[in-house]
Design a protein around this ligand. Structure first.
Ligand code: A3P
Length: 346
C-alpha cells in the first residue's frame, strides 16, 4: 500500500516537474520569438536624447501619446513634468511652407508617427519681428511637451516667403531639416485667393474677382504684384533659402499627391527625417463626405481636418488659368532642377 502511494506521488511529481520545465522552455522560446517578431525599432542617434533606445522604445512612446495629449492642453504640473521626464524642445524640422500647399495636413499626418510631436499653433517666431524680439527661450516655451527621444515639428507657412527668416532659422540651428509642401502653382494661387475671399465674405465685405487680381488690366499680363501669384513662384523664394542652407536640408512634398495618395508622400518624409517607418495605411482612411483622407490614431481616436481645409474654389476663366500656367512654367522647371524633384505640373 505504502509502496503504491510512493509510486503515485513520484509519478505526480514527475508530471508536475515536466510541466514546469515545459512552461519555462515555452516562455523562453516565446519571449525570444516576440523579440524577433516585434523588434524595438531604433530611433536614429541624431534624434536620441539622454536614454538609450532600448530603454525607451517607440512602442512605449506610442502608448504615452495620450498622456502627452493631456499635457499639450497646457495643464502639466511641474511635478508631472519632472516625473515623466518631459521637455520642451526646439524643432528639429520645420514645415516652412507653402501657404495652401497642405501644410496643416502634412503636420497632422506626421504627428501620427510616435516619434513626432507637433506644435499645434503656427508660432510665427521667425517671420514676426515682435515675436522674434522675445528671444529663443520664448520660442522654446511655445513648444509642446515631449519625451527627449521625440522630435518636435512646427509649421508656419509665412516662413517660406519672408525675407529675414532663412538667416534667423540658420542662427538657431544650421543643420535643421526643412520641409516645403507645394501644389501646382495656379491651383495654389486660387486656393490662396479663396481663403482671403472667405475672410472678406465673413466680414460682409466685397472683393475683386480672381481674374481681376491675377491679370494686370493695363498690360493683360500676369500681375506679379499680386501676392498669391508671387507666393507661387517657388523657385524665387527657395533661392533666398539656398544662401543659408544646402539643398540636402530641404525635402519637397508633393501637396497634390498628399491629397490623393498621402502614404507614399509621408513615407518619403519619414525617410528624410531618419525616422523608422511607422505611419501605415491603417492611419489614413478616405472620408467620402469630406472628400479627403482623414487620420486614424487608434481604434478609438480618429479625426478629419477642419472644414477650412478643402474649400470649394470659385470658377476661374480658363484663359486666365492658361495664362498663369504658361507664366509659372519656366519657374517650375527651375524649381524641379534645383530640388531634383520633378512634379507633373502643366
Ligand atoms: P484647399 O482648401 O484649396 O482645398 P494649408 O493647410 O497649407 O492651408 O493647405 C490647405 C490645403 O490642404 C487645402 O486646400 C486642401 O486641398 C489640402 N489638403 C491636403 N490634404 C488634406 C486633407 N487630408 N484634408 C483636408 N485638406 C487637405
Amino acid at each position: 500500500m505504502l509502496f503504491k502511494q510512493q509510486a503515485w506521488l513520484r509519478q505526480k511529481l514527475l508530471v508536475l516537474g515536466s510541466l514546469a520545465v515545459g512552461s519555462l522552455l515555452y516562455l523562453v522560446a516565446r519571449v525570444g520569438s516576440l523579440d524577433r517578431l516585434q523588434p524595438i525599432c531604433p530611433i536614429e542617434g541624431r534624434l536620441g536624447g539622454a536614454r538609450s533606445q532600448a530603454e525607451f522604445p517607440l512602442r512605449a512612446l506610442q502608448f504615452k501619446r495620450g498622456l502627452l495629449h493631456e499635457f499639450r492642453k497646457g495643464n502639466a504640473s511641474k511635478e508631472q513634468v519632472r516625473l515623466h521626464d518631459l521637455v520642451q524642445q526646439l524643432p528639429k524640422a520645420i514645415i516652412i511652407g507653402v501657404r495652401k500647399g497642405g501644410t496643416r495636413a502634412l503636420l497632422e499626418m506626421l504627428n501620427l508617427h510616435p516619434a513626432v510631436v507637433k506644435a499645434s499653433q503656427e508660432i510665427h517666431f521667425f517671420d514676426n519681428d515682435e515675436n522674434y524680439g522675445k528671444g529663443i527661450e520664448w520660442y522654446r516655451k511655445k513648444m509642446p511637451f515631449s519625451y527627449p527621444q521625440q522630435i518636435t515639428i512646427e509649421k508656419s507657412p509665412a516662413y517660406f516667403i519672408t525675407e529675414e527668416v532663412p538667416e534667423r532659422i540658420y542662427k538657431m540651428n544650421s543643420s535643421i531639416k526643412l520641409l516645403i509642401i507645394v501644389r501646382e502653382p495656379t491651383t495654389r494661387a486660387i486656393s490662396d485667393y479663396t481663403q482671403v475671399l472667405e475672410g472678406k465674405e465673413r466680414k460682409n465685405k466685397t472683393y475683386y474677382k480672381f481674374e481681376k487680381l491675377a491679370i494686370d488690366p493695363n498690360t493683360c499680363e500676369v500681375n506679379t504684384k499680386y501676392k498669391a501669384v508671387r507666393t507661387s513662384i517657388y523657385t524665387k523664394h527657395l533661392e533666398r533659402w539656398l544662401k543659408y542652407f544646402p539643398i540636402e536640408q530641404f525635402h519637397v512634398v508633393d501637396g497634390d499627391r498628399l491629397i490623393t495618395e498621402p502614404l507614399p508622400e509621408l513615407q518619403l518624409v519619414e525617410k528624410f527625417l531618419n525616422l523608422p517607418p511607422r505611419i501605415s495605411q491603417y492611419n489614413l482612411y478616405f472620408n467620402a463626405t469630406r472628400g479627403f483622407y482623414c487620420l486614424r490614431f487608434n481604434i478609438i481616436f480618429n479625426k478629419c481636418l477642419a472644414g477650412s481645409k478643402g474649400r470649394i474654389h470659385p470658377e476661374v476663366d480658363p484663359s486666365v488659368i492658361t495664362k498663369l500656367r504658361k507664366f509659372f512654367h519656366p519657374f517650375n522647371q527651375k524649381f524641379y532642377q534645383i530640388t531634383g524633384r520633378t512634379l507633373n505640373w502643366p
